[in-house]
Design a protein around this ligand. Structure first.
Ligand SMILES: NC(=O)c1ccc[n+]([C@@H]2O[C@H](COP(=O)([O-])OP(=O)(O)OC[C@H]3O[C@@H](n4cnc5c(N)ncnc54)[C@H](O)[C@@H]3O)[C@@H](O)[C@H]2O)c1
Length: 387
């Protein structure tokens, strides 16, 4: 795995933010609780928050915790609860333990902590942030019960552009090639979901000379895919004509056992959405036509069917660029921007600058503008240009 110091050096805006926090100490006396992929880039964020005076209590998300990162965080004073797990019950116990610390701020990733906070609320919670689309969808119906400032980082135009569109596509392509060692040239790839992430995934596979189709339920986004040059066949054709299928929708059961008759022999299924529910791997495994399941190479499950056909699933349907062998996730630069937004949003809530009614809303415009200006100034300074 990349050395944590290498990643911290690559996150230059976070480093600048940490230098400022050392002076201004926005989190003095506050505990920040988080459940987020524990990997070197999130570590850079958590250490930045500590520079601002925070006590940080962290646990991971399902299957993406990196033991080296956990060890490094513990050695630097972060209270890390639990370890790598794919077991929902164990994960549940870790989440409860984070909340038992009564964090003043929550940094959520997928809504796991806020969804549990509403079941056992406490007064001292000031508010927090949610990183993902999936988390926003989960928390929107709980707004009245959360009733505190909750800023959704995913809905910042900076995160949409830098991470979801540019970085996820590069990282998913890199993960596909690293795990399978297969070429993309001429391969028929169907991308399901054409939000910012899907646009990036489709674009990167196309630039790697794959023949890309898009399956999208929203007709306007489907039209967008068509205008971007992709084939937009109807569902059965999009599934049955694919050598590779990448789901990136945020929705459950996008590919299920009902699709088995449609899938081609040797098809590779990968999920790039946040939750491991877009490909119903358990349902595929239980199907009566599946006669065996082997792991021909690390990160690939190969299901053999009684008609001789094989279906390959990457990383058990978990988020493909953050699980499996040597998962790198999105580029350090994209996460540097997204995590600086996180740090600035938490700072703003800690200082009482966000009103109670701003619950499950996008990043305030002035924070977006500040982060954009700071990043441009940093890059220009490095190039010897005026900021
Ligand atoms: N892999 C990563 O590193 C990474 C990074 C950021 C976000 N994500 C995750 O990726 C997913 C997508 O994010 P986004 O920002 O593009 O979301 P989005 O909501 O903007 O786009 C998702 C698209 O999928 C479409 N869709 C939903 N269900 C569908 C179905 N059954 N069939 C066809 N289309 C369907 C929706 O209409 C929508 O256009 C989310 O789960 C998000 O949390 C992953």
């Amino acid at each position: 795995m990349p050395n944590m110091n290498w990643i911290i050096q690559s996150c230059r805006l976070l480093a600048e933010t940490a230098r400022g926090f050392r002076r201004t100490r926005p989190f003095d006396g506050l505990t920040i609780g988080t459940a987020i992929h524990l990997e070197p880039k999130t570590a850079a964020l958590l250490l930045t928050l500590m520079e601002g005076g925070a006590r940080v209590v962290a646990t991971g998300n399902l299957m993406t915790t990196q033991p080296e990162t956990v060890a490094a965080l513990r050695s630097r004073g972060v209270k890390v609860v639990g370890e790598l797990t794919g077991d929902p019950e164990t994960h549940e116990s870790y989440l409860r333990e984070v909340l038992d610390h009564g964090p003043d701020l929550i940094l959520d990733n997928g809504g796991d902590l806020f969804a549990r906070f509403v079941k056992a609320p406490y007064d001292s919670l000031l508010g927090g942030t949610e990183e993902t689309t999936s988390g926003r969808e989960r928390l929107l119906p709980l707004r009245d019960r959360i009733n505190r400032p909750l800023l959704v980082i995913n809905d910042s135009p900076i995160k949409q552009m830098a991470e979801n569109e540019h970085a996820v596509g590069q990282s998913v392509l890199e993960s596909f090639m690293r795990i399978t060692n297969r070429a993309t040239n001429g391969r028929r790839v169907t991308v399901i979901g054409y939000g910012a992430c899907g646009r990036g995934v489709a674009g990167n596979f196309a630039r790697a000379h794959a023949r890309v189709s898009v399956l999208e339920s929203d007709p306007v986004r489907r039209l967008n895919a068509l205008f971007d040059g992709f084939a937009v066949p109807e569902r059965d054709r999009a599934i049955s004509s694919a050598d590779v299928i990448v789901t990136v929708t945020g929705s459950p059961g996008v590919i299920s056992a009902d699709d088995i008759p449609l899938l081609t022999d040797g098809v590779i299924l990968a999920n790039a959405g946040h939750l491991p529910w877009e490909i119903d791997v358990a349902g595929l495994l239980k199907h009566p036509d599946v006669v065996s399941c082997t792991e021909p190479t690390e990160g690939v499950k190969s299901l053999a069917l009684n008609d001789g056909k094989h279906i390959n699933v990457l990383t058990d349907g978990h988020i493909v660029n953050l699980s499996g062998p040597r998962p790198l996730g999105n580029s350090a630069e994209s996460m540097d921007l997204g995590f600086t937004l996180q740090a600035r949003c938490l700072e703003s809530i800690a200082r009482g600058h966000v009103s109670l009614g701003d619950c499950v809303v996008p990043v305030p415009r002035d924070i977006d503008a500040q982060v954009a200006r700071d990043y441009i100034a940093l890059v220009n300074r490095q190039a010897g240009l005026p900021g």
